[in-house]
Design a binder for this molecule. Structure first.
Ligand SMILES: [Zn+2]
Length: 245
């Protein structure tokens, strides 16, 4: 059996292969940005966590400042009361005076205890803050690494695509104009699949049976046939077409 492909049919088959490659490269390029989703999420999570810690840190710092101010005020009042001690004449007055000082001292102790808690919390937060900051930095670097790798990959894919596109031009220039027009119409209609093999008397484009006589003709690969149902170009491919000799 003659296995040499009709020149125009061979061009169609190879054009289809090229276009499929170009399409799959385009799909790869389109899918690239999705790969930044995870590193972007990591960065967002780390940034949110850091902001949370910073907000708490600021709150505690402010509360600490307030308490220090309160403590100063209480101490002032105690000092003033102590200064007044000398002016007191009666025992009753003195008792009341001591009670007042005692009440202030009690308040002072309470404020000091609270202040101590906030100071401890602040101290502990320094480490947490540093850890969260370095987490953000790491996430930023991770994202940059991914972005750089992606750029490289994109460049390589575009280069590959350019190579296929220049080969495509060559193929198209050798292809009959009418055939090319039909090819392009099918290509658009069937989302990139215009030339399909036949196998066991079936068009692999639409899975419709091909009449035996037509199948035998197609098997010769000498003329160009189209599926009577989907109109796609058909060819017979027992092995690999480009090795068919
Ligand atoms: Zn078909």
């Amino acid at each position: 059996m003659e296995k040499v492909l009709n020149e125009q049919l061979r061009l169609l088959v190879e054009l289809q292969e090229l276009d499929s490659s170009i399409l799959s490269i385009a799909e790869k390029i389109e899918s690239l940005p999705a790969r930044l989703k995870d590193p972007r999420n990591h960065l967002r999570e780390a940034t949110n966590a850091l902001q949370g810690v910073r907000a708490r840190y600021e709150e505690v710092r402010k509360r600490k400042k307030d308490l220090e101010f309160q403590l100063d005020e209480i101490q002032d009042r105690i000092n003033k009361l102590k200064e007044k001690s000398r002016e007191i004449k009666t025992n009753k007055e003195y008792e009341a005076h001591l009670k007042e000082i005692e009440a202030h001292n009690k308040k002072k102790n309470e404020v000091e205890d609270e202040l101590l808690q906030y100071m401890e919390e602040l101290e502990g937060m320094n480490g947490v803050l540093k850890a969260e900051e370095s987490r953000v930095k790491e996430a930023e670097e991770e994202l940059k690494r991914h972005e750089r790798a992606l750029e490289e990959e994109k460049k390589a894919l575009y280069k590959e695509m350019e190579f296929y596109k220049s080969r495509r031009k060559d193929f198209v220039s050798r292809l009959d104009e009418e055939l090319y027009r039909h090819y392009m119409n099918l290509f658009k209609k069937f989302e990139g699949i215009a030339v399909v093999p036949v196998e066991n008397e079936v068009c692999l484009g639409c899975n419709t049976n091909i009449p035996p006589q037509l199948y035998n003709d197609i098997k010769q690969n000498k003329d160009i046939f189209t599926c009577y149902y989907c109109k796609r170009f058909l060819y017979y491919q027992p092995h690999h077409v480009r090795e068919g000799e």
